[in-house]
Design a protein around this ligand. Structure first.
Ligand code: SAM
Length: 220
């Protein structure tokens, strides 16, 4: 899986992808992360990437030329998709993550300031995705959320995700590790029993209880 991230702040992407599971996945060539800075494509003599909004108002709007040129410079494979991170997009969820994991390449457009000049949308025609009904200062955190979640679907990146919350439409059961007792709180006996069938049943029940309590909407 290849990720190409168009961002004015490539260090934010690079830093996150240099740790933990994403770093391991990169080192093992399971994922490939590239960044492009639209500023490097700006034809403005001061390398400007934004300007004041037509019609007035506060904030700066990302100009079309640097973003469209940067996007056109990305080498795209046949099975590629472009995603624009925007609070106006479809809310990201497990279904969308799975769909995106079916591509070989995801090109991501990260906005900043007031967001994108509308013509960037009209020319690139990206799939627009939001990470929730709130507004962040930039698209880098949303792009990282997407990249991280999709990377987990790439075979070999993690050992097992089939019990994870949302993988099968439910929330995951509670986890415990050593010590057996902590501040008077005990690990449930069944988890110490060594009886795999009972453990599996306990976990299934806990998963159902949790989902019913916290996210009844998932049960339909
Ligand atoms: C301050 S926001 C711009 C918001 C824009 N003025 C609006 O109201 O739709 C700057 C950038 O952050 C990113 N962003 C902010 N909130 C986001 C969200 N909930 N999901 C995805 N991207 C988001 C987008 O890339 C956006 O272009």
């Amino acid at each position: 899986m290849r990720f190409d991230v168009l961002t004015l702040f490539p260090e934010m992407i690079e830093t996150y992808c240099s740790f933990s599971i994403l770093k391991r996945a990169r080192d093992a060539d399971l994922i490939n992360v590239n960044t492009l800075n639209p500023r490097d494509f700006s034809l403005d003599k001061h390398k400007k990437v934004d300007d004041t909004p037509y019609g007035g108002g506060s904030g700066m709007v990302l100009a079309p030329q640097p973003f469209v040129d940067a996007w056109e410079a990305v080498g795209k494979c046949e099975n590629s998709i472009t995603v624009m991170l925007t609070p106006q997009g479809e809310p990201l969820n497990e279904k969308i993550v799975r769909e995106l994991a079916g591509f070989d390449q995801i090109v991501m457009l990260c906005g900043h300031y007031e967001g994108f000049d509308e013509r960037i949308r009209q020319i690139i025609k990206p799939r627009e995705i939001s990470v929730g009904d709130f507004v962040l200062t930039g698209g880098e955190l949303p792009a990282l959320c997407l990249m991280d979640a999709v990377s987990r679907k790439v075979e070999g990146t993690i050992n097992s995700a089939h019990d994870d919350s949302h993988a099968n439409g439910m929330l995951e059961y509670p986890h415990y590790t050593k010590p057996r007792e902590y501040r008077g709180l005990l690990v449930p006996d069944v988890l110490l029993s060594g009886n795999h069938k009972e453990i599996e049943q306990y976990r299934r029940e806990q998963s159902l209880i949790r989902t019913r309590e916290r996210r009844p909407d998932l049960l339909g």
